[in-house]
Design a protein around this ligand. Structure first.
Ligand code: AMP
Ligand code: ZN
Length: 136
């Protein structure tokens, strides 16, 4: 399914031009237009899924395979020294385009970016409660 008003549906299916790094029957990988670093790319499925929760398991597996292939290529060709794979789900998690996508963000010593979080303290008791909430 495609969504008529979804910009990533249009880009993924070639209705809106993009700098395409890779394409197959199910995915397109494009350069991000607001890049965090040089080479920041987005992996877009051609079908519309709003987020990870809507993504079929098989497509999720395929997405990781194309991510690995492109990440390997970027490491070789761009001369980056690391690479973040980022994937946001929901406004609260920073998602701004509601068509599933994975970010590939090449990292360079001097890129000035920081992708991370501030570690919080947690007790063993709290960890136990969280485990129960998720698993039982
Ligand atoms: P997220 O915040 O995870 O939803 O990421 C959305 C990403 O899409 C951002 O990094 C934007 O810079 C990027 N973006 C938005 N519109 C376009 C577009 N038309 N072409 C390429 N990248 C885009
Ligand atoms: Zn879409």
């Amino acid at each position: 399914m495609k969504e008529t008003n979804c910009i990533f549906c249009k880009i993924a299916n070639g209705e809106i031009p993009s700098k395409t790094l890779y394409e197959d029957d199910n995915f397109r990988i494009i350069l991000d237009l607001g890049p965090a670093t040089k080479g920041h790319a987005l992996i877009l499925p051609k079908e519309h899924y709003a987020n990870l929760f809507e993504l079929p398991e098989e497509t999720a597996g395929e997405a990781m395979k194309v991510a690995k292939k492109m990440a390997d290529k970027m490491m070789k060709r761009l001369g980056c020294e690391g690479l973040n794979v980022v994937q946001n789900n929901g406004e609260m998690a920073g998602q701004t385009v509601f068509h599933f996508h994975m970010h590939l963000i090449p990292r360079y010593r001097t890129d000035g970016q920081s992708i991370g979080w501030k570690p919080q303290e947690v007790s063993q008791e709290e960890l136990g409660k969280i485990y129960e909430q998720i698993c039982q």
